[in-house]
Design a binder for this molecule. Structure first.
Ligand code: AGP
Length: 635
């Protein structure tokens, strides 16, 4: 969950020599500017302290600043205590794991007499034993962090070898856990060394300058040419070189890619929040995820399929592993894939999956759904599945992330950067991508004729326009939300594909408005939850299409009558023309008609808007809700 930025550059030499990239290294303000700007773009990851470290020609020690709290605190400290011009910088936003969010525990952590600085993302599980050994050698510690142990270990290795890259490799070999480490040393003010194990690190390739980031948002404003580092790799960066090696010092290769979105896409684009922008991005998220998925013959093709077709034909079970919103997207997809492919689909919360001793073998296809591609629970589930012989297909939104790299196949969603911590457009894109996968399997295994696949694809291609229609109706939802700002409990009911939508609607309200919200399968109501209904209790009900699966509609209408009879305030999501539901609904949020399996892409949108509007009415930060991080990279 931490944000990491690294920079090294030759600096501006002179007006006649032009911009960055020519002549001998010259100290400037650019390293600090790039570091702070990168940290700003990484704020969405969630953090509770921040810091920067700089090195430059003639500086005996690392110069640094680090402060608990938001980036503003760091900037204020830098204004009151300016740092010298530099040639290299590392920056960090910390999400506290070992040790509270204090100035002392913030990164960077220094060692070697203040000449070495280290920043870290992840958890070092054997830090206590290492700290004991180092303390026994007289090494002093000033913080409660695992990172300081890595810094002191690196200093010890550096003093032994005099080579920061070799020292980083030696240190990395001794660490157990998950880590991305960046280090700079005053001895070599244009070099930044990084190491990664289970935690992300990507290189930004510039002209006379190079960048590092925990994701591309850190440097995409400066370059779109990137290099994805693999597991257990070290990168040594200078303004004009990028050398990759493994933890044994052998040369290694990163994977080049071009970032497919620009810095402006990560801005708010005129909306009041990233959340609002991303809810309105959803038609594009669905449309872009559908783009380029069929060949000229109309057959579905996947992005990066490293699974033999014969293996896919032999699959006899699918297990979806994911967390939070991504899990609910997987839950929606379960109904479609089982209906189209006649393969049993289990949906498992990733953090439960590997501890329940699941039945997984070479005929199991595990589908890992993740917006960030870095969720540690999901990554660990992927690893467990592969150890058990299953093939893994990743549905991920973030290019260059870890989960796709450790999967056998990838189906990227193209929702663009999702900055708000609470997921919205990624949810729709994940459902869309999972439907593409289901259609691909149905086509491959002969469950669906090409014309049937084409017909369902055509329905999917109608959805962006229909989502846009729902967005254009959002003022009524916002007004209703504002009138309910004092609510402290809201329930959500749905059946069939409406059930995971109810779960997602409840999660949005929890995350954004800090209200107790619970989603139920509507059929479960009489088995207990109906006891929660008292006078005025708001209950959202997602009503299936009256033209859809038999009985679903009538049963849900009965559920509405049951709760209304007990005083509930019914807020109904129903499709245009559904007159039957009118008499039982206190509020109706209309959505366009759509096939049963397509309805989740529409029904969830009013629930997203409701949660955002109610949170806004309460004066809450809808982009960075309390206690949450965008990417949960610790288990
Ligand atoms: C969604 O609103 C939440 N922020 C959270 O549940 C999220 O969906 C979950 O942590 C999974 O993240 P991922 O999609 O990046 O793996």
């Amino acid at each position: 969950m931490c944000g990491i930025v690294g920079y090294t550059g030759l600096g501006f030499v002179s007006a006649e020599a032009g911009a960055v990239g020519h002549g001998a290294p010259v100290a400037s303000e650019r390293p600090l500017e790039v570091a702070l700007e990168g940290l700003k773009r990484l704020e969405y990851r969630g953090y509770d302290s921040a810091g920067v470290a700089l090195v430059g020609p003639g500086l005996e020690q690392v110069s640094f600043s680090k402060k608990a709290g938001k980036l503003g605190n760091l900037v204020a400290d830098l204004e009151s205590r300016p740092l010298p011009a530099a040639t290299a910088a590392i920056g960090h936003t910390r999400w506290a794991t070992h040790g509270g969010p204090t100035d002392t525990n913030a990164h960077p952590h220094l060692a070697d007499g203040g000449r070495l600085a280290v920043i870290h993302n992840g958890i070092i599980e054997n830090f206590a034993a290492l700290r004991r050994d180092l303390s026994a050698d007289g090494v002093p510690f000033v913080s409660d962090t695992d990172t300081e142990v890595a810094a002191q270990l690196l200093a010890k290795e550096y003093r032994a070898s005099g080579d920061l890259t070799a020292a980083m490799a030696a240190t990395a070999r001794r660490l157990v856990g998950t880590f991305t480490l960046l280090a700079v040393h005053a001895d070599d003010p244009t070099t930044v060394v990084g190491a990664r194990h289970d935690s992300p690190l990507v290189v930004g390739l510039g002209e006379g300058e190079n960048f590092l980031g925990s994701d591309v948002a850190a440097f995409v404003a400066h370059t779109k040419e990137a290099l994805e580092l693999g597991q257990d790799q070290i990168v040594t960066l200078t303004p004009t070189s990028v050398d990759v090696s493994d933890f044994d010092g052998k040369p290694a290769q990163g994977k080049r890619f071009t970032v497919d979105w620009d810095a402006s896409a990560a801005e708010k684009g005129g909306f009041s929040s990233f959340m609002d922008k991303e809810i309105h991005d959803q038609p594009h998220a669905v449309a872009d995820t559908l783009l380029g998925r069929t060949d000229e013959a109309g057959n579905i093709v996947l992005d990066d399929l490293r699974i033999d077709e014969a293996v896919l034909r032999a699959v006899d079970k699918i297990i979806v592993v994911a967390c939070g919103t991504a899990a609910y997207a997987g839950h929606v997809a379960k109904y479609a894939i089982e209906h189209w492919c006649r393969i049993p689909v289990e949906v498992e919360l990733a953090h439960e999956f590997r501890y329940r001793d699941p039945i997984v073998n070479s005929k199991t296809l595990v589908v890992a759904v993740s917006q960030s591609g870095e969720t540690m629970d999901t990554l660990m589930a992927v690893r467990h599945a592969r150890e058990q012989g299953a093939k893994v297909l990743a549905i991920v939104n973030t290019n260059g992330s870890t989960i796709p790299r450790e999967s056998d196949a990838v189906l990227y969603t193209h929702a663009g950067p999702e900055i708000a911590v609470a997921s919205t457009k990624a949810f729709l894109a994940q459902i869309t991508a999972a439907y593409i996968l289901g259609l691909y399997l149905a086509q491959l295994r002969g469950n669906k004729f090409p014309d049937e696949v084409a017909a369902i694809l055509a329905e999917l291609r109608e959805m962006p326009r229909k989502v846009q229609t729902v967005l254009e109706r959002s003022e009524y939802v916002r007004a209703t939300a504002r009138s309910m700002a004092d609510q402290d409990k809201v329930l959500f009911l749905g059946r069939h594909v409406g059930f995971p939508v109810a779960l997602e609607g409840a999660l949005k309200l929890k995350e954004l408005a800090y209200i107790h919200a619970e989603g139920f399968a509507a059929g479960e109501l009489k088995h207990g939850p109906i006891a929660l209904i008292d006078e005025g209790q708001p209950v959202f009900v997602i009503v299936p299409s009256p033209r859809g699966r038999d009985q679903l509609h009538s049963k849900v209408v009965s559920n509405i009558q049951e709760i209304r009879a007990r005083g509930a305030r019914t807020l109904v999501i129903a499709e245009d023309g559904d007159d039957e539901v009118r008499r039982y609904a206190d509020e109706i949020f209309w959505i366009p008609q759509a096939p049963t399996l397509m309805q989740p892409l529409l029904a969830v949108v009013p629930l997203q808007i409701f949660a955002m509007a109610l949170a806004t009415a309460k004066g809450l930060d809808v982009d960075q809700p309390r206690n949450l991080a965008k990417s949960v990279t610790v288990e």
